[in-house]
Design a binder for this molecule. Structure first.
Ligand code: NAP
Length: 350
């Protein structure tokens, strides 16, 4: 049982990110005081929504400069916090030039640095870490012999050369559990979202969520979608799950935070049902052999296609529903609202 003082400030790392921005907003709406870390609090673009939130909630939101790769960088902002929500980590999909530099070190060394600051900050009682379903499984083929993934499953197949982002999340989470086990002052709860979709408060996020939805506008799926399923979850439900994980005294362990699985074609169909025919929405699934042939052009490896196309993907989200009280929005609503925002923001024609 961990009781967090609702009057104590809450630290949110990566506060300007797609997911974290909703966490910050809901914490403020719940009456909490929030310290959000960002890489550059003076930057002209990308913090407007946080400045607006600070204005709407006087004296309850402050921004602090922190960098994942700088040891001690989070300590000052953490002083007096009982709850730390660590979301900061790069989410890059497709071909990444230098996975070690761009993904693995920020995720793993960053988690180590944040948790070293936690160890140095006597007030901290709980850490909520944003992990991912990709720390649960590596490739869809891992579903063979199972009817669904649960929190007991771990990704054992990703490496620094295959599914690099999944590898970065898995190693970072393992590191977090190891560091938690080495002491007994603070406990750890991990949140495992599928692909997060839905309206964004920030317009500049480079999250893989945005990159995935861009495929429904850039014609890469016009010649047929890969027969691939994704776990989909609404960004607002993910934010609420982090907060419930922080403030529910009995919360513990790992929580799969996923609404439903949707195939790329089902996402296309949901978009077509709402926005009408657009040539960039897929109308059918392409044969696996064709997807494999075209993989390098799309920034994918043939191995990735081999292990992920043509397999169902199912997750058991019951712990999050029953223990954290999340009533997941239907995935198709998140898809549609995400696309609507792309139209509203002028990224796609209406
Ligand atoms: P995002 O918008 O790109 O947010 C990532 C955040 O990490 C940004 O605030 C970014 O700061 C920060 N960050 C990256 N590198 C950093 C560094 N070296 N030092 C300090 N901060 C750094 O992506 P997101 O989708 O919200 O992802 C947030 C978390 O959710 C990540 O841990 C991700 O792995 C996890 N997750 C996301 C999804 C999804 O579908 N979106 C699914 C499962 C898990 P800047 O703003 O300064 O770049």
């Amino acid at each position: 049982m961990t009781n967090i003082d609702p009057a104590a400030p809450v630290l949110v790392t990566g506060g300007s990110g797609y997911v974290a921005s909703w966490i910050v907003r809901y914490l403020l709406e719940d009456g909490r005081t929030v310290r959000a870390t960002v890489r550059d609090p003076k930057k002209a673009k990308g913090l407007e929504h946080l400045h607006a939130l600070a204005e709407a909630h006087p004296d309850r939101l402050t921004l602090h400069r922190s960098e994942l790769l700088e040891p001690g960088s989070y300590t000052e902002a953490m002083a007096g916090c009982e709850l730390v929500i660590h979301t900061a980590s790069p989410f890059l999909l497709g071909k990444v030039k230098d996975p070690d530099k761009q993904l693995i070190r920020p995720a793993v060394d960053g988690t180590r640095n944040v948790l070293a600051s936690v160890n140095d900050t006597e007030s901290v009682k709980r850490v909520v870490l944003t992990s991912s379903v990709v720390a649960i499984y590596g490739d869809s083929i891992d579903m063979r012999g199972k009817d669904r993934f649960t929190e007991d499953d771990w990704n054992t197949t990703s490496t620094a050369k295959h599914q690099e982002y999944a590898y970065s999340k898995t190693v970072a989470e393992r590191e977090a559990w190891d560091l938690q086990a080495a002491q007994d002052r603070w406990d750890l709860v991990t949140i495992h979202p599928g692909l997060v979709l839905g309206p964004a408060l920030t317009k500049v996020s480079k999250s893989g969520s945005m990159a995935t939805m861009d495929h429904f506008t850039d014609f890469t799926l016009a010649t047929g979608a890969p027969a691939m399923e994704l776990g989909v979850v609404d960004v607002r439900d993910v934010a609420r799950a982090h907060i419930a994980a922080g403030f529910t005294p009995t919360a513990h362990g790992r929580y799969i935070t996923n609404s439903e699985s949707m195939s790329m074609l089902q996402i296309g169909k949901a978009l077509r049902a709402k926005f009408g025919y657009r040539p960039s929405f897929p109308l059918f699934e392409a044969p696996k052999a064709m997807i494999k042939l075209a993989a390098p052009v799309a920034g994918l490896t043939r191995k990735y296609v081999e292990l992920n196309v043509g397999y169902p993907l199912r997750f058991d989200n019951s712990r999050t529903v029953t223990e954290l009280g999340i009533d997941f929005r239907p995935a198709r609503d998140s898809v549609v609202e995400h696309f609507q925002q792309m139209i509203d923001d002028g990224m796609v024609r209406g």
